[in-house]
Design a protein. Sequence first.
Length: 251
Amino acid sequence: MVSEPLLELRDIEAGYGRAALVLRGLTVTVPAGQIVCLVGPNGAGKSTVLKVASGMLTPRSGTITVDGVDVTRNGPQQMLRAGMAHVLQGHSVFKEMTVAENVGLGAYTVRDQAAVAERTDFVKTLFPVVAERWHTLAGALSGGQQKQVEFARSLMVSPKVVLLDEPSMGLDPKTTATVFEQVVRMRDAGLAVLLVEQNARRALESADLGCVLDLGKVHIAGPAADLLADPRMAELYLGGAASRLEEGKAR
Ligand SMILES: Nc1ncnc2c1ncn2[C@@H]1O[C@H](COP(=O)(O)OP(=O)(O)OP(=O)(O)O)[C@@H](O)[C@H]1O
């Protein structure tokens, strides 16, 4: 049985200002409780997909649905309410604030204090390092630990889908492995994750599904394990040029 997607971006065209389109008829679906990984060359439009999904960028055409509800015209606040949480590329913790204060900021819009307390317990259990360093200034944490604080903060609004933009950026391989373990823990806790990564092989090893983006479209999509075994992926990521996909199609 094919389950209904939790998040669906269908035939999306999007771009910045008057510049040429970045996404050119892109379709991506995220089922509940799964990690979907977007990979592709620099400038393919991966981060732009996340911006569209979080309402930072309104598509020029196409539709976005969450749980079957059309949210295409939602701005960032409405997207957050619809269940989309976006963890941006790079580091966004407030270094002069404690871990507790940083995580608490994620619940800024939640009025129900019992819900905040419950959610705080949830993220502290999910991310043990966040609990251990709760009263520490966030700036004193390592890069991988700071990333987990960002994850915890994003979960305080009880999102349905977490949008992760290059969580391994700037991290060494060992720390990257730890961060991906936490991404899997989020999935195992019932969340859907839409993940963008440069580190394609490592990300696909943790993901359930993968999509290869090039020139603003999905070129290959399927189970992550299949993509890892696909010779076209090796061509694309182990020395081949992305444009060969286009050449191959044109032949
Ligand atoms: N704020 C912006 N204003 C104008 N153009 C932008 C903006 N952000 C991205 N772009 C352009 O959109 C295109 C796609 O960028 P995007 O960041 O989505 O790609 P990406 O696949 O995530 O790339 P990378 O792997 O390098 O992060 C690029 O040509 C980029 O220059």
